[in-house]
Ligand binder design. Structure first.
Ligand code: ATP
Ligand code: MG
Length: 189
C-alpha cells in the first residue's frame, strides 16, 4: 500500500493529475471536493451543511470532515493505495489522517505538492468557472479560497517537510510533463 497526499492550492491541478495517476497505477482516489459536491447534488443533510461553507469559500469543520474521510476510506478496495486529494487541508486533519492510517496498519508514503503562483491560480479558476458550473468558481469566492489556503492549508507544507515526505514539483507547464515528474517521484517510493 502506497498512500499519497496530492497537495496544492485551489486550481493547482490536483484532480487532473490524480486522474492520470489512477489510470497509470490503479490507485483509489478520494477527492473530498467531489464527495461533498455529490452530497450537495443528492440533497442530503450533509450536503446542505457543506454547501453553506463551500459557497463562502470556507472549509468544512475538521471534526465533520474527518468522519467523512474515514467513512469514504473504509469503503474503498485499497488494492494499490489511495490518493488523498483535497485532504488534509488543516494541521488537525493531517494529524487525524496519520492516526487513522496508523490504526489501520498503514501511513502516507509521500506528499506531492503542485506549486503554482497565485496569479496563475486565479486565472485558471476564473476560466474553470465559465464551464464548471461551480458556485465557488467566481472571483470573490476564489479570493477567499486562496486566502483560506494560505492561512490554514499552506502550513501543512512545513508539517509534511518535518515528516520527511514532502516532494514539491512545479505545477505549471504541460499536464503530461507535470505528470511525468510526479511519476518519477512515485517510482522512487
Ligand atoms: P482543486 O481545484 O485543486 O481541485 P479546489 O479548492 O478548487 O481544489 P475542492 O478540493 O474540490 O476544490 O474543494 C472544494 C471545497 O470543498 C473547498 O473550498 C472546501 O469548502 C470544501 N472542502 C474540500 N475538502 C475539504 C477539507 N479537507 N476540509 C474542509 N473543507 C473541504
Ligand atoms: Mg479538485
Amino acid at each position: 500500500m502506497k498512500n499519497l497526499v496530492i497537495f496544492g492550492a485551489p486550481g493547482s491541478g490536483k484532480g487532473t493529475q490524480s486522474d492520470l495517476l489512477v489510470e497509470k497505477y490503479g490507485f483509489d482516489h478520494i477527492s473530498t471536493g467531489d464527495v461533498l459536491r455529490a452530497q450537495i447534488k443528492a440533497g442530503t443533510d450533509l450536503g446542505k451543511t457543506a454547501k453553506q461553507y463551500i459557497d463562502q469559500g470556507q472549509l468544512i469543520p475538521d471534526a465533520l470532515m474527518v468522519d467523512i474521510l474515514a467513512a469514504t476510506y473504509d469503503a474503498l478496495e485499497k488494492k494499490v493505495g489511495v490518493i488523498f486529494d483535497g485532504f488534509p487541508r488543516t494541521i488537525p486533519q493531517a494529524e487525524a489522517l496519520k492516526e487513522m492510517l496508523s490504526k489501520r496498519g498503514t501511513g502516507v508514503a509521500a506528499m506531492l505538492e503542485l506549486e503554482v503562483p497565485d496569479d496563475m491560480l486565479m486565472e485558471r479558476l476564473i476560466n474553470r468557472g465559465k464551464t464548471s458550473g461551480r458556485a465557488d468558481d467566481n472571483a470573490e469566492t476564489i479570493q477567499k479560497r486562496l486566502a483560506v489556503y494560505h492561512n490554514q492549508t499552506a502550513p501543512l507544507r512545513d508539517w509534511y517537510e518535518a515528516e520527511g515526505i514532502r516532494h514539491a514539483v512545479p505545477g505549471f507547464g504541460s499536464i503530461e510533463d507535470i505528470n511525468a515528474v510526479l511519476r518519477a517521484v512515485i517510482d522512487t517510493l
